[in-house]
Design a protein around this ligand. Structure first.
Ligand code: GLN
Length: 193
């Protein structure tokens, strides 16, 4: 058990990009682990949930016996940073979907909300966090956050929609900060707990 080890949920999706971003953000100083089993989940101080396919990730969390454990670790305050499919997995409400979700983040999301023509694009995203500032947001078949609970703080907006939010120990973005060369969001996340 390491008190500072950061896990990246590695069941599916773009977890490798997050591991590399953590290495860039910390000049290899942070210890990371690919989380695939309950014991991995028990050994970490914080977790990143990557983009990918939220339905598959939900199914695999159940299959590998991690669903309830992850939910309780988050409820008990473990810092979590989720991107894209990760925010869908955390959301309390998913428009027009019955898919498995952890339901710990008080938002409503709409999957694949940017439509087919522009399902992937990048655009400047202005955050409220001085250490991060304005970054290049890469949106890949991204969801939209269409409703927020009262305890959810907006950290970044794009075209009037919240694209990065925080609720207690949970930070979630609809885009992909792991693709930024300097990994400023990962750097900030590491320093936030
Ligand atoms: N469209 C995916 C989903 O609904 C999310 C896309 C992504 O993570 N890049 O799970």
């Amino acid at each position: 058990m390491s008190s500072s080890r950061i896990g990246v949920l590695a069941l599916q999706g773009d977890y490798e990009a997050h591991l590399k971003a953590l290495a860039r953000a910390s000049e290899n100083a942070v210890e990371t682990i690919e989380v695939r089993r309950p014991a991995d989940l028990e050994s970490i101080a914080a977790l990143i949930i990557p983009g990918g396919e939220s339905t598959v990730m939900g199914m695999l969390l159940e299959r590998f016996g991690m669903f309830e454990l992850l939910k309780s670790r988050i409820a008990n305050g473990m810092p979590v940073f989720a991107t894209c499919a990760g925010i869908i997995l955390l959301a309390k409400n998913i428009e027009a979907s019955e898919q498995t979700r952890l339901g710990v983040l008080d938002v409503t999301v709409r999957r694949n909300a940017y439509g087919r023509q522009v399902d992937s694009f990048h655009a400047p995203v202005q955050t409220t966090i001085p250490e991060i500032g304005t970054i290049d947001g890469v949106f890949i078949r991204a969801p939209k956050i269409i409703a927020l609970g009262p305890g959810v703080e907006v950290l970044a907006v794009y075209q009037g929609d919240p694209v990065m939010v925080r609720q207690g120990n949970i930070v979630a973005a609809t885009f992909h900060p792991e693709l930024l060369p300097g990994a400023p969001v990962h750097r900030w996340f590491i320093q936030s707990f």
